[in-house]
Design a protein around this ligand. Structure first.
Ligand code: BTN
Length: 242
């Protein structure tokens, strides 16, 4: 895929051996339709200021640049949900494993995290950069808890083998009606119906049952008094009774 992904808006795919972070490179270039892929990141970024570590060649590390007009009615969080669904679809198509989704951005197989998404608006550039880290072929190495990898789950695919399917399936998701996208996300989101604790810096934890995802992609959590809290960002812990 030297140029781009045929029949998609992703007209330019740039592959690097090593970068600091594919999200940072994509944000610097900020061209809608650009995809930045790397074998290794020296400063990979996770959500909530965390780092994202992966040995060279072990993972699909990719960031796409989305024009904000591609993300329905200025609902930027839907970019995370669309990429999460597309990544789960691509794992299913290429590796025969379909991860479920933990709100907002984790791809899970059983309780193991096989991938995560970090989407960020680039101020003044009119674009959103959405990056995915997918643990594909870790060999004898083990992703940090609660991580797992596709090879540990029995799928022997190469990280880059997932990219064409990911871009094609993301194209499908970006063309989808947002209500249908949200319904598909809800159906694959294992957070819904669960007892959860939401942790966020500088705020009291919210505990309750995850009851829905809003049209903006936010999580609704109903506490034991019946009050419903809207969670825009935070760390969700699936709490198991007992
Ligand atoms: C998470 O915390 O779960 C999100 C992790 C996102 C990691 C990916 S790897 C490719 C892209 N570049 C980065 O620096 N981060 C994202």
């Amino acid at each position: 895929m030297p140029g781009g992904s045929a029949n998609t808006r992703f007209a330019e795919v740039r592959h690097f051996d090593t970068v600091t972070s594919t999200n940072s490179v994509a944000a610097e270039l900020a061209r809608p339709g650009l995809v930045v892929v790397a074998d290794h990141q020296s400063a990979g970024q996770g959500r909530l200021g965390r780092t994202w570590e992966a040995p060279p060649g072990s993972s699909l590390l990719a960031s796409v640049v989305l024009d904000v007009s591609w993300v329905w009615d200025a609902r930027p969080q839907l970019a995370t949900l669309a990429l999460a669904l597309a990544a789960s679809d691509a794992c299913s198509a290429v590796a025969g494993i379909r991860p479920t989704l933990k709100w907002p951005n984790d791809l899970l197989v059983e309780d193991g995290k096989v991938g995560g998404i970090l989407a960020e608006a680039v101020p003044g550039a009119g674009v959103i950069v959405a990056g995915i880290g997918l643990n594909v072929r870790w060999g004898d190495a083990t992703p940090p808890p609660p991580g797992t990898s596709l090879d540990a789950l029995g799928a022997g695919v190469a990280p880059t083998a997932l990219l064409p399917a990911l871009l094609e399936l993301l194209e499908v998701r970006l063309d989808q009606d947002p209500d249908a996208l949200l319904d598909d996300y809800r159906a694959r989101c294992t957070t819904l119906g669960q007892a959860v604790r939401v942790e966020a810096a500088g705020r009291d934890d919210v505990e309750g049952t995850a009851v829905d995802v809003t049209p903006d992609g936010h999580l609704l959590v109903q506490d034991e008094t019946g009050e419903v809290h809207t969670v825009v960002a935070g760390d969700v812990v699936h709490v198991r009774p007992g």
